[in-house]
Design a binder for this molecule. Structure first.
Ligand SMILES: Nc1ncnc2c1ncn2[C@@H]1O[C@H](COP(=O)(O)OP(=O)(O)O)[C@@H](O)[C@H]1O
Ligand SMILES: [Mg+2]
Length: 268
């Protein structure tokens, strides 16, 4: 299915409430936001403002609140398809093919080598048996990615033998193994010193220049957010700045932001 939208991702009316025991904890209060193809967008906000929650929803790691009655449904439209309405199977496919995740604390598997940590993403995508047919190709791609991130000499090492910056490069290679359209990065340099973090952002920027990857990156740091094309500011679960391109009004329940006609692309 295709969308005529210039947006790769458009979310609208997104609400999320956690429960602590019986106590509801509302975290997102109706977020509207869109990301254009090939854009690098930073979600900037203080700790606890809901950034990670928003990113997890965009990546299909969690579900938005359901709405009752005739309230507008929350939407997370990726390339014309609403992932908020997807069943588990389609959502699994979305997660393994369309998006790649990078987390602050790398989340590498300590018992696997560097190259195995990267090919694991391909294994998840193809399944244990399907992977046999893709193994050679996946290892080649993993090696090429790791070389492009300056880790060609570390392929057989284990994560414990690497520096923090090196570990994060491995995690980024893992996120990119299935050639996703969208990279979702949650404070990817939050655990690194400024120089090492800067080099990580350079590596991401170089990869993006080569491939046209779209990036949605979460940070609490203004200086890191400056690396992006555009900043979306989040405070207390609401977008307070930069939510959407100018042609769309925020919080308008009539508007499905993912399917808006744009001046240079005919509507459907
Ligand atoms: N699983 C959860 N259960 C309950 N509360 C949560 C959960 N995850 C996050 N929260 C709360 O939601 C708020 C926003 O969290 P988060 O999205 O992680 O913010 P940020 O990434 O901007 O620091 C915080 O107050 C946090 O304590
Ligand atoms: Mg967070």
């Amino acid at each position: 299915m295709t969308s005529h939208s210039e947006h790769i991702l458009a979310v609208s009316g997104l609400r999320k409430t956690y429960k602590l025991g019986r106590v509801p904890v509302p975290v997102l209060h109706g977020v509207d936001m869109a990301v254009k193809k090939r854009e690098w967008v930073a979600i900037l906000g203080a700790s606890g403002s809901g950034k990670s929650t928003l990113l997890h929803l965009c990546g299909g790691l969690d579900r938005p609140d359901r709405v009752k009655g005739d309230q507008p449904k929350p939407k997370i439209v990726f390339e014309g398809r609403d992932i908020a309405a997807m069943g588990k199977r389609d959502l699994d496919r979305y997660r393994s093919r369309n998006v790649g995740f990078v987390f602050q604390f790398y989340h590498l598997l300590p018992e696997l080598t560097v190259i195995e940590n990267v090919t694991v993403g391909a294994m998840i995508r193809h399944g244990r048996f399907g992977y046999m047919a893709h193994r050679g190709e996946s290892e080649k791609r993993a090696k090429a990615l790791l070389e492009s991130f300056g880790l060609g000499h570390r392929l057989r090492h284990r994560p414990a033998e690497l520096s923090g910056g090196e570990r994060q490069r491995v995690a980024i290679a893992r996120a990119l193994i299935n050639d996703p359209d969208l990279l979702l990065a949650d404070e990817p340099t939050g655990n690194l010193d400024r120089t090492t973090g800067g080099a990580i952002l350079d590596a991401i920027a170089e990869h993006r220049a080569r491939t046209g990857l779209t990036i949605l990156m979460v940070t609490h740091d203004e200086r890191i957010a400056e690396r992006a094309d555009r900043v979306v500011r989040l405070a207390d679960g609401r977008v307070i700045e930069g939510s959407l391109p100018a042609e769309i009004g925020p919080s308008d329940p009539e508007i499905e932001v993912g399917t808006m006609p744009t001046p240079d692309a005919p509507g459907r």
